[in-house]
Design a protein around this ligand. Structure first.
Ligand code: FES
Length: 173
């Protein structure tokens, strides 16, 4: 059993069921692939490789076409994420407000500095945290922006980030 970034325990084996439900909901609508992938990642935390043939069959696409879309969008994960996923915006508006320094602080505080991870992520050695660079969280007017799990935080600096992590560790969030 794993913990998704949404804080919801899900078994990766349930992905086939989630994919079947998403296919039933979207396959007759225009442009179904992206919403299906979003639904699976939201429920399971990533897109397990086992569901790719199922999606391809359901949408009459090749597996390569489905893989191509998954790998094109950095948003989609192909491995189970760490317990806590932290997305730090590194786009222009946040950069102008100190996002690069904040990103370095986030990596140090979470033990992810110098670590690698799936895709563009850095994952701490203890598997608790995963830090992902993202390019706009839609909070440009309140930069720098960070998302922890499914919660957006605006105007984050190092001390505010530390307070958020302290609260998370104490189980308050
Ligand atoms: S640039 Fe960071 S939220 Fe838009």
């Amino acid at each position: 059993m794993q913990q998704t970034p949404q804080g919801e325990a899900r078994d990766g084996e349930g992905a086939g069921h989630v994919a079947a439900q998403a296919l039933a909901r979207w396959s007759d609508r225009p442009g179904p692939l992206l919403p299906i992938l979003h639904e699976i990642q939201e429920a399971v935390g990533y897109i397990p490789g086992e569901v790719v043939p199922q999606i391809a069959r359901g949408l009459n696409l090749s597996r390569a076409e489905v893989h191509g879309v998954i790998s094109y969008y950095h948003h989609f994960r192909t491995e189970a994420p760490a317990r806590h996923v932290i997305q730090v915006c590194r786009a222009e508006s946040c950069q102008a407000m100190g996002a690069e320094a904040l990103y370095g602080h986030v990596l140090r505080r979470t033990g992810c500095e110098g670590q690698s991870g799936p895709g563009h992520a850095c994952r701490g050695a203890d598997g608790r945290y995963q830090v992902e660079p993202v390019y706009c969280l839609g909070l440009c007017a309140a930069s720098p922006a960070v998302m922890i799990g499914q919660t957006l935080h605006a105007r984050v600096d190092a001390s505010r980030f530390d307070a958020l992590i302290d609260a998370l560790e104490e189980g308050k969030r």
